[in-house]
Structures are given as C-alpha cells and as structure tokens.
Design a protein around this ligand. Structure first.
Ligand code: ZN
Length: 385
C-alpha cells in the first residue's frame, strides 16, 4: 500500500509487519461531531479495514482530549460541570461512530486519565533543559531545538500565525521565543475544578503534551502512523515531535498522514464559524452506508466543499448496489473486490472506489445467487457490518 507521508512530503510504501500501530488525534468533547470529523475518522477506518483485510492486526488509538480550554468555556456558558459536558459529548461521539460502522478502536484514552504521566513527562523535559518556568506555568523552549518547524516546513510567518490562531500564545511576554508553547498551566486557585496535584505542583497539562504521553503509553514509540486533521500539522504535531525529542525518544511515529477539511459555504467547517453539518442529524434521514458513500466523494488529501446533493446520489447508488448485490455473480463481485483493494492501496483513492461501485451497479447482470464476495467488498468499505 502506498500513502502520502506528510513528514516526507512524498508517497511511501506503508508496509507494517504483523501489527500496524496507529494514533489519531481525537475530539475535544464539548460539541457534536460534524462531517469534517467524520471524514477524518472514516478515512482512518478505511485504512484500518484494508490493513486488516491484508491480515494485519491493527491497533488504532483515538484519544479524547477531555482536558482542554474550550470545554471549560462551553461548560461555563451552559452552567454545567465540565466533566459532565465532556462525558456526555464523548458518549454521543462514540455512538455516532458506532452508528457509522467504524471499527472499534484499540484504545480511546482520555487525557484526564494520564495527568500523572503528563506531569512526569513535563518534569523530564525541564530536567533535560527543554522546559522553563514562566510565572506559574512551564513552557517548552523551542530555541533549544534547531529542527523546530522542519516537520511542517512552514515559513516563519505561517508558524507565528498558526501558533496565534491554533491555541498558542506567541504574544505572551517573558517567553524565550514567541513559538515556545505551554507544557503545564500552574493553577493556585483552589476553586478551579480542572486542576490536579502532581510532581510539578498543582495545575493541568498543555494540549500537546497530552498526545505525546497518550501515544507513548498506549503504543510505545516509534509507532507506525500518526494522523489527524491537517490543521494539526502545526502547531500540535510539530510540538508533539519536539516533546518526543526532548524526552529522548529516537522517533515518535514512522509516518504521518493528515486529512484535509470539508468546507461549507466556502469556509472550513468549524464551530467558530457556525457552518456545521452534524452527523447525528444526517443519521435521522440517511442510512450510515449512504453517509459513508457521500463522504467517499472526497479524497482525504483534498477535502472540498460539502455538497448536500451527494447524499441523494449516494442514496441512489446504495439502492442500486443492493439490487446488483442480490443478483451478483461471483466473477463480477471478485473483480469489484480486487478493484476496491487496488484503489485503497493507492493512497485510499476513494474517487476510484466510487467509480468502481457505479460501474458495478450499472453493468452487473449475473444470475441471482448469494454472493459472499460482494458482502466482503461492502464490508471492506464499512458499508455493511
Ligand atoms: Zn493530538
């Protein structure tokens, strides 16, 4: 199988042996999962299904970022306990993924369950001279790492812009570099509900150290593939790598794979813009297979503008496939299965998959009989359980 590796910026042969270990950054549970999230997680589900199809065991870890500033803000707006909000949204998210027939994750670690390990990792970074105190907080010293920024390969201007709009604080006074990022927020306020006592005092971890620790704890390093939305390339994943180096790990992940965003009304679907399409709403009208087929119109590295009419096309295709499947001959289903495997092996070419399905639905005219191969092909795409 070939995949496009974001770190190497080229196609690579993705050939894990025996076990494939994959870590994908999951959601911050303060609102419902939108279609952009679903495209991301369905893409890794297709990858997992194809790897399992080739006989590999897949260990896919998908964390839940339940220690993160947006949860506290939303909970305060709603007047609820942030833990209740996070638990409720996590449950809804997992339900939607089950409804959409995603393969179960090997582990779904919650950040709140690893605070002790995160504090210990921050202490090690400070001991290794990669971390420093600023007032009550602890920052990663990016000036100690000449390679910082090379993973994303972005210009200095982009690094600063993205740091500012994606959870960083480049303008904070007293930092050694504007790109230095938070490892630990020290909290002396005893009324703050999101603070833990630890070896480095009372507080809570920064976002980036959470994933470095949860990935290492659940998969060890190096693992085969690290994924997430492409807005995580910088700063989140660049910072994860920096921390991993600071902790003395030889390599965090062998390969990196990122998913482009879905747009709606010309903008990336995002909570701040309010241009969201929620999976749970679509599931009241459309079968899970239809939603998956509609999303397969988008290649994961391109994303694109969400077209609601794709759902109706997909609905029609799914109906035709089911009819074709009920009269499929083993020969035509075998060639369909082969074509799907080839398409998945080519950087998850979902355009080619949709084309193959349409051809099959249009031209299949075999005798009526059961067809296990057809079911196998549909399972490979997660269209049936
Ligand atoms: Zn992450």
């Amino acid at each position: 199988m070939r995949l496009f590796d974001t770190a190497q910026k080229q196609y690579i042969d993705f050939t894990p042996t025996g076990v494939a270990s994959i870590y994908t950054c999951g959601i911050t549970p303060y609102d419902s999962a939108h279609l952009g999230h679903i495209l991301t997680f369905m893409t890794y589900d297709l990858l997992q299904r194809r790897l399992e199809d080739t006989g590999l065991e897949v260990r896919l870890v998908r964390n839940i970022t339940d220690v993160d500033e947006p949860i506290y803000k939303k909970a305060a707006e709603l007047g609820v306990d942030y833990r209740d909000l996070a638990a409720q949204e996590t449950e809804l998210f997992q339900k939607v993924l089950r409804q959409l027939n995603l393969r179960p994750a090997y582990a779904e670690p919650k950040a709140s369950e690893y605070i002790g390990e995160m504090a210990a990792a921050v202490k090690t970074l400070v001991d290794n001279n990669y971390g420093y105190k600023l007032d009550e907080d602890i920052y990663f010293d990016t000036t100690k790492l000449a390679s910082f920024g090379s993973f994303s390969g972005f210009s200095d201007r982009l690094l600063h812009n993205f740091m500012a709009v994606r959870g960083g604080d480049p303008m904070r006074l007293g930092k050694r570099s504007p790109l230095d990022f938070l490892l630990w927020r020290g909290i002396s306020d005893l009324n703050d509900p999101a603070a833990w006592d630890s070896v480095i005092g009372r507080g809570r971890p920064g976002w980036h150290i959470e994933c470095t620790v949860m990935a290492e704890a659940n998969l060890g390093t190096p693992f085969d593939l690290h994924g997430g939305g492409d807005d995580l390339i910088f700063p989140h994943h660049e910072c994860e790598i920096a921390q991993s180096i600071g902790l003395g790990q030889a390599q965090m992940a062998r390969h990196w794979m990122h998913i482009a965003p879905l747009l709606y009304a010309g903008e990336k679907m995002s909570k701040s813009l309010g241009n969201l399409v929620f999976a749970k709403d679509l599931l009241t009208t459309y079968e899970p297979a239809v939603i998956r087929l509609a999303l397969m119109r988008y290649h994961y590295r391109t994303g694109g503008e969400w077209q609601p009419e794709f759902l109706d096309h997909a609905d029609e295709l799914w109906t035709r496939l089911q009819i074709a499947g009920s009269i499929c001959s083993p020969v035509s289903a075998q060639s369909l299965l082969n074509e799907l495997q080839i398409a998945l092996d080519d950087d998850l070419d979902t355009h080619r998959i949709i084309h193959a399905l349409e051809e099959f639905a249009a031209h299949n005219d075999g005798p009526i009989r059961d067809c296990d191969v057809f079911s196998q092909a549909m399972r490979l795409l997660g269209l049936i359980a």
